[in-house]
Design a binder for this molecule. Sequence first.
Ligand SMILES: Nc1nc2c(ncn2[C@@H]2O[C@H](COP(=O)(O)OP(=O)(O)O)[C@@H](O)[C@H]2O)c(=O)[nH]1
Ligand SMILES: [Mg+2]
Length: 277
Amino acid sequence: MIINWFPGHMKKTLEGMQKNAKLCDAIIYVLDARVPISSFNPKIDSIVGNKPVLYVLNKADLADDAKTSKYLNLLKSEGKTVISLVSSGASAKNKLLAGLSELLAGKIEKNKAKQINAIYKIMVIGVPNTGKSSIINAMASKSKTITGNKAGVTKSVQWVKIAENFALLDTPGTLWPKLEDQEVALKLAFVGSIKDDVLDISELGLELIKFLIDRDADKVRLRFGDWDKDGEIIEIYDGFCRKRGYILRGGEIDYLRAGRGFLDDFRSGRIGKITLD
Ligand SMILES: Nc1nc2c(ncn2[C@@H]2O[C@H](COP(=O)(O)OP(=O)(O)O)[C@@H](O)[C@H]2O)c(=O)[nH]1
Ligand SMILES: [Mg+2]
């Protein structure tokens, strides 16, 4: 299948994010731990400029733990500050604040030495569905908006105080997913970073099962049972559809319901903790 989707207003979105980034002391860049490479948008460099970035491999609860460690080490070896996260976890806020404190340690020290009580401004960005809003909610819960919009004044951005010395932009910067490479696009579709309504869900279900059998056959077997090794992929897939009861009244396979079902199985972690990159 070919995934083709060009979100409108890319230039305007980019300019908006660049403007907001200029107001910030640091950026939280949210990646999906299941696709830490594919959910990376190279445009990020032109947005953050030279602002420090805290990389967050979010949804770690859905990703393969060994691979998450591997990617954490890889990013660290490139000199990046990076944490893994489950945004709904009890320690999410503390983990993020610790990461930010580490990221800004030099600046924080300098200001302390000069007895300056600075408030560091933070912005959350990433491609769709990586958990930006969840992260903002986790950090901003029980917090207060510190600067609002003033009537008659150009609409200003809203900051929420999230700790003694940190404030957060209350709206995320949504980057568009990279689709130039079809394998990357497919992975982003599997994790839900491309809107389902521009995708052929019936076909995507088959692509998902094909991909998972290639990469993680054992987990597929555990969830859907074994299959004939010499069978064609479409026969294997049909077998899974029948086993799961994705059948229409006349006995035909309900490929749309199957696609939705298999995607939901994967996205909610029922096939296991699987990293696609
Ligand atoms: N399992 C899991 N789901 C998460 C996590 N963070 C966010 N989600 C879910 O992922 C979906 C997208 O999250 P959202 O914050 O709206 O992403 P955004 O599009 O980047 O703002 C929602 O259904 C969240 O509940 C996480 O750490 N683990
Ligand atoms: Mg959101």
